[in-house]
Each structure stands twice: as C-alpha cells, then as structure tokens.
Design a protein around this ligand. Structure first.
Ligand code: ADP
Ligand code: MG
Length: 363
C-alpha cells in the first residue's frame, strides 16, 4: 500500500532523514518510533507529499508522489504534528470545509461529516468554535478531518501527544478501529504508545531506520539477555567465586552486602534456563539461596539499546569525519566508521560538521 525507497531529506548540512526504505502492507497499522528529532515528522511530511524528498521515492496506493501527486495525496488522510484547524470555525463548519476541499460529493457530505463526528465522538461539539475546544477535542477534530472521505491510508503524527490518560485510551481505540479498512501509520516517541496499537514498528534514530519488524519478532530476534537477581547467605568472595565458575552465566555483578547475605545480579541468554546451574553450584559449595528472581529484557530495553547503538554509530561517524576521514569511506561502510585514516583532509567536511553541530545544539 505504501512503498518508500531510499528516502533522504537534507536541510542545509543536516541530514534529517537518511536513506530510509520500507513497505507498509494494506490494512496494517505501522508505528514510527524514535526519540524527538529522529526524523519521524519529516518522513511523514514526505510520504504525505507536504514536502519533497532530497532523494528517494514514495508510492501510495499505486501512485507515485511527485508524478501522480494528486491521486497519491487523495489516498491519504493526514494528521500533522500541529493539526491544521481553523480556530474561528465551529467543528461542523470546519469539517464541511474539509469535505469540500477533499472533493466529497455534495449529496454525501452531510452523511460523511456525521460519520466522522460519530467515529471520533465529537457530535456534542458540532456547534462549538474550535478555539474553545480542549486539547483532547481539538486532536479528535484533527483525526476526524484525517479520516473524512475514508482515504485508504491514514497517517497520524503523534496523535496522543498532550492528551490525558483517558483520552489516550479513547484515541488508541479509535485508531485500532481503523485497522483493516484503512492502512495506518502513526508516530510516537513513546514505546508503549506504539506497542499498544501497532502490528509493526519501525524504529528511527538520527534519521536512520534501525529496525523494522513486528514487536514479537523484535523481542525474539534481538540478542535478548535475561537478568537474574540472587540473594545468597554467606560471604561475598566465596559466593562470587562460585558464580564466576558457572559457564552458562555471561556476567556476574555484586550488588550489595546485606550483612548475613549478599545480593548479586547475573546475566545470561534469555533462552537459557540457568536456575539449576546456579542452585546446584551454590548448594555444592554449601551456600544457601534466600531469593532468586529473573527478568527478561523488555521491548523497552531493546528499543533503548537500538537507539543507543544508533547514537554510538552516529557519533563514531562524526568523529571520523572530524578527524579528516574520507567522507565516501565513512558512508560506504558505516560499520567501519572509526577508520582513522587521515588522508585527504577536506576542509569542507570540517565546516560541514561545525555547522551541523550547531544545528543539533539548537534543538
Ligand atoms: P521527529 O518528528 O522525529 O521529532 P523531525 O522529523 O521533526 O523529528 O526532525 C528531524 C530533524 O530534522 C531534526 O534534527 C530537526 O531539527 C530537523 N528539521 C526538521 N524540519 C526542519 C526544517 N524545516 N529545517 C531544518 N531542519 C529541520
Ligand atoms: Mg515529530
């Protein structure tokens, strides 16, 4: 339904979106997840045809943006970061205005406006001026205008931002109800927001796509580590020695001396059950386990790791450029960004960096 290929957007010297490609299947809900400034809104603005990319192509519902732009745009309902509302219109006037712009047939307009007001639960607000609506209701009007005309694709940029918990649940349910009939992309910088509504998640950091998968697969495929907390009766050194000799453990960390006992934290592969190894080893040494609890790394941990890895890779590239590495080399193989070859010190590269540095500080 949506095909994005090699999308990039460069603002001056700053790369806001860096070579992103993905496909969105019909009827699915996709989530763009990433920290503030990651490039989510820019990507959405390009997909919806609001801004043009520096490179790459977007195809929506079979229409290529920039070629069949009008048809592509007609297939999309969009709620931008700041909803395009007219404060001096009342809700019904505004939706009538949107229906006209979207080319909804005159005899179908009233029915369509009723439908979207019902779907977003704003019927009671029909005659209210938009400027007098609460943030939650404004957001619902924003969603109502996005789904008006029943476009195949609905794109919602941070649809629950600034809403109270009750409103968040309502908006989430509304989004879920769009599934099937519509293909939906929504963005958020909050993981729970994405995992609550989306089938698939696309993680963006520093303008790059660092993961694109179902939440289950992310959990399954990512190097998943389990942490086990063990409280053992006895002396620190003796316990530590025993734990260090257990092969299935990856890391053994002393946490706290509790007087009679010591608290340790050990890690191992999530798929392994090491509880027997631990209890047999400790009991062989006549050490008593008082408590043992395990925690598998959550989606949140995986997300944070992905973003951290992306940040580190980005920083390494910046460092390499700063130290004068050939730009082509740096970007040809991002994994080898630490390459410190200092041939060909390009002044322009350094200038570029200083500028983009000050850009990022402004945020
Ligand atoms: P997100 O929506 O993930 O928070 P954005 O797409 O808004 O991120 O921004 C990505 C990056 O592009 C940021 O560093 C932002 O400062 C920069 N950016 C966005 N729009 C512009 C613009 N019009 N001019 C210059 N830089 C921009
Ligand atoms: Mg944004």
């Amino acid at each position: 339904m949506i095909k994005v290929q090699g999308l990039s957007k460069i603002y001056g010297e700053h790369i806001a979106v860096d070579d992103i490609s993905f496909e969105v299947k019909e009827g699915h809900i996709y989530g763009f997840l990433g920290p503030n400034g990651a490039g989510k809104s820019t990507t959405m603005n390009i997909i919806t045809g609001y801004i043009s990319p520096s490179a790459g192509t977007v195809e929506v519902n079979g229409f290529v943006m920039g070629k069949d732009t009008l048809k592509a745009k007609k297939s999309i309902g969009y709620l931008p970061e700041i909803p395009p509302l007219y404060p001096d219109m009342n809700v019904k006037e505004y939706l009538t205005f949107v229906a006209k712009i979207k080319g909804v047939d005159k005899d179908k307009r009233a029915g369509e406006i009723e439908r979207v007001m019902k779907a977003t639960d704003i019927e009671d607000m029909a005659g209210r001026l938009i400027k007098h609506l609460s943030k939650g209701y404004k957001q619902r009007v924003g969603i109502a205008q996005a789904i008006l005309g029943s476009p195949k694709v609905i794109i919602l940029d941070e649809p629950t931002v600034g809403l109270d918990p009750e409103q968040i649940i309502e908006v989430r349910n509304l989004i879920k109800s769009l599934k099937g009939e519509h293909t939906v992309i929504l963005s958020s910088h909050i993981l729970s927001e994405i995992s609550a509504t989306c089938d698939e998640v696309l993680v963006i950091a520093n303008g790059r796509m660092v993961a694109c998968d179902t939440t289950e697969n992310l959990l399954k495929n990512h190097k998943n580590v389990k942490t086990i907390k063990i409280n053992v009766k006895g002396a620190k050194d003796k316990i530590e020695e025993v734990l260090n000799n257990i092969e299935s453990l990856e890391e053994v960390k002393f946490i706290e001396d509790k007087g009679e006992s010591c608290l340790f934290e050990v890690t191992c592969e999530a798929a392994k059950d090491v509880r027997e190894d631990i209890s047999f080893a400790l009991s062989d040494a006549r050490l008593l386990i008082l408590e043992m609890s395990e925690e598998t790394s959550s989606l949140e941990d995986i997300y944070l790791t992905l973003v951290k890895e992306a940040d580190e890779a980005y920083e390494a590239e910046l460092k390499a450029i700063r130290e004068g590495a050939d730009l082509d080399e740096v970007f040809a193989d991002k994994d080898e960004a630490e390459n410190e070859e200092t041939e060909d010190t390009a002044d322009t590269a350094e200038e570029t960096l200083e500028e983009s540095d000050s850009d990022s500080k402004e945020e």
